[in-house]
Design a protein around this ligand. Structure first.
Ligand code: G3P
Length: 225
């Protein structure tokens, strides 16, 4: 399972990219606003200069021709840009047209396996079930990830499942177990995946013991030949 970073913050992307574990980035209008806004194309181009992998940028038009036009424009920003389109009648029709032109689409706001199936049928490259938002309303969001993976596998549908809206490190483990192709994680979750208090105390103890051992070596009598 590959890891994408779910943020529009260039600082977070730069910090995560240095670790070598991120192979793509997902943004949306909320993340763009949270990161301070500005020109969306400029933000995406800055991200593309840091991460050499798929970068999702969301289109917001609410009518098919306008959405197709907007998606073409967004896709033209950089070869790695994937256009994020919410699933509904407008999104499906636009995606079926865009997929035929070779525009890569990440179909977003997926909350059921049937929506995932429809997105795969119109040629979306990526399909993004929102796990945390389903958990928020008392459902098990990871079931949608597992069902979409199972269906795509069984029918050899090429769409890749991005487990999105992940809220804690356990979600990432569960997404991997469910067979998600990709998990997109906020920076805080990436850091939470990395850290463990026993690792911290282990490092401290090794450093203290290394210093102790070094002191013992210096106290050893010299054996001159
Ligand atoms: O890619 C965006 C998606 O992950 C949304 O997450 O936390 O707003 O539900 P959240």
């Amino acid at each position: 399972m590959r890891l994408f970073l779910d943020t529009a913050s260039v600082d977070e992307i730069r910090a995560a990219a240095k670790l070598g574990v991120i192979s793509g980035v997902t943004t949306n209008p909320s993340l763009w606003a949270k990161a301070g806004g500005g020109n969306y194309r400029d933000v995406v181009m800055e991200i593309a200069a840091i991460v050499d992998g798929p970068i999702s940028a969301e289109a917001t038009s609410r009518e098919v021709d306008g959405l197709v036009e907007e998606a073409r424009r967004i896709a033209s920003w950089h070869p790695n840009v994937v256009v994020k389109i919410p699933i509904d009648e407008v999104g499906l029709e636009a995606t079926s047209r865009l997929a035929k032109e070779g525009v890569k689409v990440n179909m977003t706001l997926i909350f059921s396996a049937n929506q995932a199936l429809l997105a795969a049928h119109v040629g979306a490259t990526y399909v993004s079930p929102f796990v945390g938002r389903l958990d928020d309303v008392g459902q098990d969001g990871m079931i949608v990830v597992a069902e979409a993976v199972e269906i795509f596998d069984r029918y050899h549908l090429p769409a890749q499942v991005i487990a999105a809206s992940l809220r804690h490190p356990r979600h990432v483990t569960q997404a991997a177990q469910a067979g998600a192709h990709i998990a997109t994680v906020p920076y805080a979750i990436l850091m939470a995946m990395l850290r463990h208090p026993l690792t911290d105390t282990g490092i401290e103890r090794f450093l203290a013991d290394a210093a102790k051992a070094e002191g013992q070596r210096l106290l050893e009598p010299r054996h001159d030949p």
